[in-house]
Write a protein that binds this ligand. Structure first.
Ligand SMILES: NC(=O)c1ccc[n+]([C@@H]2O[C@H](COP(=O)([O-])OP(=O)(O)OC[C@H]3O[C@@H](n4cnc5c(N)ncnc54)[C@H](O)[C@@H]3O)[C@@H](O)[C@H]2O)c1
Length: 262
């Protein structure tokens, strides 16, 4: 399994999700030692097992990204299991729930901010500290969203959290640049996933149309004319973790079929 990530230890949070799974498989397929973590660790364990069965290297640990002690403890376990320090980290943990702006409960705002923004901060910070301590010139990649680039009246909290990740990437990149650590993000568009089906179920209900009609009208707005796959996201994450992106930091790349161009 020779490849761009041969022998490199790379953390993937939200490893039980559809995008986290695709990223983990891609990195392991290119020789990475992949550490999948998730608050619900079952699906991460299945993916880690599948990667090992096909000759790759993967481990799964429980991690709640909203808890500093859970983040630190999962990283301790990962370093112990893999026998060395992290080279990279990808933060794919996230939550999304549909509410119209006027109905959005504060509890949901708080949950979304906690997982999507505070959780990304806590992982960036802990991973950054460990890379600095071990002298690793590592790579950190966040998963933001094109929702963080504009207004989203039915996922107000989600859009704000993802805009926050774009800002966090810039600040963390500046803080860690002198250690040779890069920090970037990917902003996916509309990914063929459970999260997208949930969004469109909510939109369809608000508009009085079917899920299929809502999805079809969204796809018609994508310049490249098709929905994004989790592998499309994994391609860009792998690029940002690779040597090819060694001179990039503080960037959030739109990978969205042309939906967003700024
Ligand atoms: N699906 C899309 O269309 C889309 C588009 C743009 C961006 N994104 C982003 O990509 C990332 C992955 O999305 P996905 O489609 O794989 O979603 P998903 O719901 O399949 O996966 C998200 C994972 O995060 C985990 N998680 C939730 N709370 C957590 C916590 N406190 N600690 C640790 N893990 C937690 C969940 O258990 C789940 O396994 C998310 O950040 C999402 O916002 C998704």
């Amino acid at each position: 399994m020779a490849g761009r990530f041969e022998g490199k230890r790379i953390l993937v949070t939200g490893g039980g999700g559809e995008i986290g799974t695709a990223i983990a498989r891609r990195l392991a397929g290119e020789g990475g030692l992949v550490i999948l973590t998730d608050v619900a660790v079952g699906r991460s364990e299945e993916t880690a097992q599948a990667i090992r069965s096909s000759g790759g290297n993967a481990w799964a640990f429980s991690m709640d990204v909203t808890s500093p002690s859970s983040v630190a403890s999962a990283l301790d376990q990962a370093e112990q299991a893999t026998g060395g320090p992290l080279f990279g980290a990808v933060t794919a943990a996230g939550v999304l729930k549909i509410f119209d702006f006027l109905d959005l409960p504060k509890e949901n705002w708080d949950l979304t901010m906690n997982v999507n923004l505070t959780g990304t901060f806590l992982v960036f910070q802990e991973v950054g500290r460990r890379m600095v301590d071990t002298g690793v010139k590592g790579r950190i990649v966040g998963i933001s969203s094109v929702s963080g680039r504009g207004g989203r009246p039915n996922v107000v909290d989600y859009a704000a959290s993802k805009a926050g990740v774009i800002s966090l990437v810039r600040s963390a990149a500046l803080a860690l640049a002198r250690y040779g650590i890069t920090v970037n993000a990917v902003c996916p568009g509309v990914v063929d996933s459970e999260m997208t089906r949930k969004v469109h179920q909510g939109r369809a209900a608000l508009k009085g149309i079917t899920l299929e009609e809502s999805l079809a009208s969204m796809v018609s707005t994508i310049p490249l004319g098709r929905i994004q796959t989790p592998d499309d996201v994994a391609d860009v994450v792998a690029f940002l973790l690779s040597d090819d992106a060694g001179y990039m930091t503080g960037q959030s790349l739109n990978a969205c079929g042309g939906l967003e161009m700024d």
